[in-house]
Write a protein of this length. Structure first.
Length: 248
């Protein structure tokens, strides 16, 4: 299924029958990505009286109850409501779902005891490009990121000046393979979140941050069509499924 579309004076084509999924599968148990000391995902059959939501256990159908925390248990997309006093929700903030995206790969720099993505690294990787969506893949990029427990490990993060530069380039949707764009323990400052959303000066209500993606090494740094899928959820964030399509 080849789609042709026009964007910013350019014509693009993409094969919609060949999506590239950069979300992390959400499964029960500890073999799942985790961050911020949150409990592991629980998926278990619903029980009520004689009813059990498991065909294997004698029930008529499978009805599972899922317990998770959106911000630490898998790929999720959040809006400015994540850091604001005002009650903004992702359902109202994200109204469009297809974007031209740029995938770049960066090895965070070791600065004192931290690994940080610096503004000059973003600038070098992007050049003159000003995409609607920016996808950052960090190096190294082992597959065990899909099951990594980041809690207490001080993962790499985005310098707040890099976040500001990304905003000033006009990027509305930032996707990254880390549990947060900010340092794990920063005293609650969340400087990169604030810079990206320009909060509280002039909040960008239609901008989003997607964390804990995974783009394996078979996916080349390039420009893609991005389909950013979320649940219809009245909350600051939603589990999400970003899909990439090669431009042809």
């Amino acid at each position: 299924m080849i789609a042709e579309f026009h964007h910013s004076g350019h014509t693009f084509r993409a094969d919609l029958s060949k999506p590239i999924d950069i979300s992390m599968p959400l499964r029960a148990g500890e073999k799942n990505v985790n961050a911020f000391y949150l409990p592991s995902v629980i998926i278990e059959p619903f029980k009520s009286g004689d009813f059990v939501g498991s065909v294997e256990k004698g029930g008529p159908c499978n009805v599972n109850v899922l317990q998770m925390n959106i911000h630490g248990n898998g790929t999720h997309t959040e809006c400015v409501g994540h850091i604001s006093k005002e009650k903004y929700n992702i359902h109202d903030c994200l109204k469009e779902f297809f974007f031209i995206a740029e995938l770049i790969s960066i090895q965070p720099r070791s600065i004192f005891n931290d690994l940080i993505i610096m503004p000059e690294q973003i600038s070098h990787a992007l050049g003159e490009a000003k995409p609607e969506a920016l996808i950052i893949r960090t190096r190294p990029n082992p597959e065990h990121k899909l099951e990594k427990n980041y809690s207490g490990t001080n993962p790499p993060y985005l310098h707040h000046e890099a976040s500001k530069m990304i905003r000033e380039k006009g990027v509305k949707h930032l996707l990254i393979d880390l549990p947060s764009v900010d340092k794990e323990e920063d005293g609650g400052k969340l400087l990169s979140h604030h810079e990206f959303w320009n909060y509280p000066l002039s909040p960008r209500l239609d901008a989003t941050i997607t964390e804990l993606i995974y783009a394996n090494d078979s996916i080349h740094d390039a420009k893609y069509l991005l389909n950013l899928q979320i649940c219809s959820l009245i909350n600051d964030a939603s589990p999400s499924k970003p899909l990439l399509f090669k431009l042809i």
